[in-house]
Ligand binder design. Structure first.
Ligand code: GTQ
Ligand code: FE2
Length: 367
């Protein structure tokens, strides 16, 4: 190719990009190709995010510091969010492309006023007083004890309260990044709708849980496998029941080399995931055992609830976790999880897999 053609091609490309156009040719261009994996179709998914792990001790220290600078009232929600280093410059508070995670604190006698939003959210309790901490979801007082899972589905009113004698700290998981990128975020404060800042307590938690037992089934029994969830009325899953189920399954020899002992929190109406956009599950990895690596099209945040595990990723990257550490695995990144300790480890996970399944983008493959 002569130099003149070459330089006019360069000028053409620069003009195109400067005027907000593009062409497939840029995908193979030495200057532009590397920045454009979404344009040049890759044989398998390449995530915009990177794997990452946040230590609870580091996050908690900053949350406590924040509480000395800001009252719960001033903060609206006093939290520290987990930010994926590859996303921080162009996505708001994203742990993964679709998922937000953070920890939130209420000191004794504090409360966080009622609001509702189109984004689905859940709370997973990390530290709580013996009694007195709760979230009110649509009038239901749902107590917060270590490991309890509380759902605040799309457009449900929720306010948080700490009437106990020590701090309550919980993990907030949301699908709001997905909603944000689609243009689906709506939000409302209760005071603007009703004039009240908080909801009245209309029911206690047993009126929710007594209808559905543990509200969990062994992942292997979920059938059909890929139902998108709609409204889930089971908004409270106490840890004691979930943990007992894992122990029972372990006792009976359950377990899968690629999953460990995996139970999924389900919407009891259709046995589908907890939210249309997010699934939540709890997994036991037995002492001195390893869960083998797979590629999966899901963005998943793991929260170590008990024990310690090591995630093994490509290029010899490893993350070793302690309780309440949060580990992000983007789509298709293969990982194995080993538990080298003398005790079982328990991991909670928050995944956007229901979105992939509903849209027929779900794939998995042994690594
Ligand atoms: O507690 O309602 O971390 O609405 C982000 C958004 C917590 C909450 C978050 C929220 C909440
Ligand atoms: Fe909220």
């Amino acid at each position: 190719m002569d130099a003149k053609v070459n330089s006019s091609r360069e000028e053409f490309i620069e003009d195109l990009i400067a005027n907000n156009f593009t062409t497939f040719f840029v995908a193979t261009h030495p200057k532009y190709s590397t920045s454009n994996p979404a344009f040049r179709f890759t044989p398998t998914p390449v995530s915009v995010a990177v794997p990452y792990s946040w230590s609870y001790a580091d996050a908690r220290e900053r949350l406590m510091h924040l509480s000395s600078l800001l009252t719960a009232e001033e903060a609206e929600r006093r939290n520290i969010n987990f930010v994926n280093p590859a996303l921080k410059d162009f996505m708001p508070a994203a742990a993964l492309p679709t998922l937000r995670g953070g920890i939130q604190l209420l000191l004794p006698d504090e409360q966080a006023y009622s609001h509702r939003h189109s984004a689905n959210a859940f709370r997973l309790v990390f530290e709580a007083p013996k009694t007195g901490a709760y979230t009110n979801v649509e009038g239901n007082r749902l107590p917060m004890s270590m490991g309890d899972l509380i759902l605040t589905p799309n457009w449900t009113w929720h306010d948080h309260h700490n009437e106990g004698d020590s701090n309550v700290i919980w993990y907030d998981g949301l699908d709001v990044l997905f909603a944000y990128w689609m243009g689906g975020v709506f939000y409302e404060e209760m005071v603007d709708v009703t004039g009240d800042e908080y909801q009245a307590v209309l029911h206690e938690a047993d009126s929710v849980t007594d209808n559905f037992g543990a509200g969990m089934i062994h992942r292997k029994s979920m059938y059909p496998d890929h139902i998108p969830a709609s409204d889930n009325t089971l908004i409270y899953y106490p840890y004691s029941k979930a943990r007992q189920l894992l122990s029972d399954l372990a006792q009976h020899g359950a377990g899968d080399p690629y999953e460990g002992i995996l139970v999924e929190y389900v919407n009891p109406v259709n046995c589908g995931p907890t939210f249309p956009t997010m699934s939540t599950s709890l997994r036991m990895i037995k002492e001195r055992s390893t869960v083998e690596a797979m590629h999966r099209t899901e963005n998943v945040l793991f929260i170590t609830m008990e024990g310690s595990v090591t995630f093994h990723l490509p290029d010899n990257q490893t993350f070793t976790t302690k309780p309440h550490d949060v580990t992000a695995i983007p789509s298709w990144v293969p990982y194995s999880i080993s538990n080298k300790e003398q005790d079982p480890a328990v991991l909670f996970s928050q995944s956007d897999r229901p979105v992939f399944e509903a849209l027929s983008f779900y794939r998995e493959e042994k690594a």
